[in-house]
Design a protein around this ligand. Sequence first.
Ligand SMILES: *Cc1c(COP(=O)(O)O)cnc(C)c1O
Length: 420
Amino acid sequence: MTYLDLNTPQRTIMTPGPVEVDPRVLRAMSTPILGQFDPAFTAIMNEVMEMLRKVFKTRNQWAFPVDGTSRSGIEALLCSVIEPGDKVFIPIFGRFGYLLTEICERYGAEVHTIECPWGQVFNQQTIIDEMKKIKPKVAALVHGETSTGCMQPIDQIGPACREEDVLLIVDAVASIGGVDIRVDEWMIDAIVGGTQKCLSVPAGMAPITYNHRIEKVIAARKKVERGISTDDDRKNELSRTHPIVKSNYLDVGMLQDYWGPRRLNHHTEATSMLYALREGLRIILEEGLEERFIRHKEHEEALIAGIEAMGLTLYGDRSVKLATVTCIAIPNGVDPESVRAMLLDEFGIEIAKSFGPLEGKIWRIGTMGYSCRKENILFVLGALEAVLIRHGVAVKTGKALQAALDVYATQKKQSKTVVP
Ligand SMILES: *Cc1c(COP(=O)(O)O)cnc(C)c1O
């Protein structure tokens, strides 16, 4: 049997990840492989660390990617910080809050959660008050909740955690590179970003950064010097008060020794993915962080105008909407999967469904990174209108694209920068 050449269909990906990858990133991925201790490669590692600090807005020494999808970064931080019996506080407002909970439970944490209805977020003071009552070692929460399209404000939570000596760990997988996040100013102790979302890089790496407070915890749990273990080493292990991290692959202390000046061998760095991440970060810094956030807002505005002009309604509290994910309430009587299938089959457009209580209730359109472009917004609006008409939905015809074009025209008048 012969297998044909890889020949993927043309797609317009308007989901909350994975999104379209910038052609520059794809080209970078075909760069020749270097050995992991080749000075030419370690120089690239250092550049990536430097660029990550800029994107995270931090002066932390430690900023590097974990190899694996975004949850590898989340799990690395959580499993390296949490010891069995530690109290962890998790405010949940969507699916990814449950992921944090599940990971913490696996590593033996005593997890305390609060929940608010999906489509909303917490008042920051509610989180702070609860955190003070629980007195956890760690507070972990999601910033941009991809499942509901809501964004939890977090600027006051870090300072409150610092006062109470609680470590704040944030999942910013869906927001980093699309929405403003200020790690140092907001006193976030550790944070994880995603590559296949607003960075427009394939899935397969999870950029993290953490400060000295986290580093101290990690240092206390370090396995004694690797290599031949001596009697002293064994005695140290027996007398240690902090258990070693239960994962070798995700042990941040070991990752740190590999990324740091000692370059202690751990895993083999994912060469081509690192090239991709480097190019993705370079594109972001070339565009400018603030310009990029404005671009995501501008396309979101056009998309929302089009959806509403069609007569559809958005899902979720608008005042806390995540700019990179737009959730649409599915009109009554429509088969939601048939609409998605027709978008894919006839137009090559992919939009997302949602999970759990929202499955069958909303569609989600992602406007992230390279996918967040005017041509994509206009294409998805036109196609959605056509498909909904085919499904017998009484949309207001001919309005969506005009509304979006009006928004773009106004934006163009107001600023001198032309929306790419
Ligand atoms: C996508 C996403 C994840 C999981 O990412 P994977 O790359 O699939 O592991 C975690 N948290 C949030 C908020 C996400 O949007």
